[in-house]
Design a binder for this molecule. Sequence first.
Ligand SMILES: CC(C)(COP(=O)(O)OP(=O)(O)OC[C@H]1O[C@@H](n2cnc3c(N)ncnc32)[C@H](O)[C@@H]1OP(=O)(O)O)[C@@H](O)C(=O)NCCC(=O)NCCS
Length: 178
Amino acid sequence: MTVRIRSATVADRDVVQSVYETAFPAEERGAVTGVALALLDAPATTGAVSLVAELDGEVVGHVAFSPVSLPGDPSWRGYILAPLAVRADRQKAGIGSRLVETGVQRLTDLGADTVFVYGDPGYYGRFGFDAGHAADLVPPHALEYPFGWQAMPVGGVGSERRAGQIVCVDALRDPALW
Ligand SMILES: CC(C)(COP(=O)(O)OP(=O)(O)OC[C@H]1O[C@@H](n2cnc3c(N)ncnc32)[C@H](O)[C@@H]1OP(=O)(O)O)[C@@H](O)C(=O)NCCC(=O)NCCS
């Protein structure tokens, strides 16, 4: 079994949609798939990084990262990981981890300071995401599950010492996502 992580393109649209349909429950899948496709469609205007995981040539996973900013601090570069999914029948084989780790490395190479995620600490903690790093960086919307707000500094010494409310791309502005 060979897993390959590569940049996603609009040609992956249908298969990415099908991955989310298997991975998320019906009540969540519409909003989450909408974000994945919006970021996939407009990498140039959003600055998003979208990756897919291929297992023996077949797309079975997807992750997107989009830029976030801090008003008044234009030199700071943040990203948020959202969304992430692995096809239901291919979970627990390390594919989600490969997507997260490859994406974080790519953002580090792009000069990111901090990567955020809003999700289960039981999963994201293994990569170095931590609520403490996000404590002074307020999410764009009130959170239904505040414990899920985490960050990971990736840009070297001091990159986590910022405070303020971050601004996200339009695709993530639906309060229902938070
Ligand atoms: C979360 C998800 C992307 C992980 O993908 P994956 O390929 O199965 O991940 P990996 O194989 O790298 O890691 C699997 C491990 O994570 C654990 N895990 C998965 N979801 C978890 C969660 N919500 N909380 C804690 N642990 C979790 C698994 O139990 C497994 O543990 P193990 O290594 O001890 O066996 C996948 O389960 C998925 O698509 N889930 C539905 C969609 C979703 O929840 N997306 C994230 C939204 S923030």
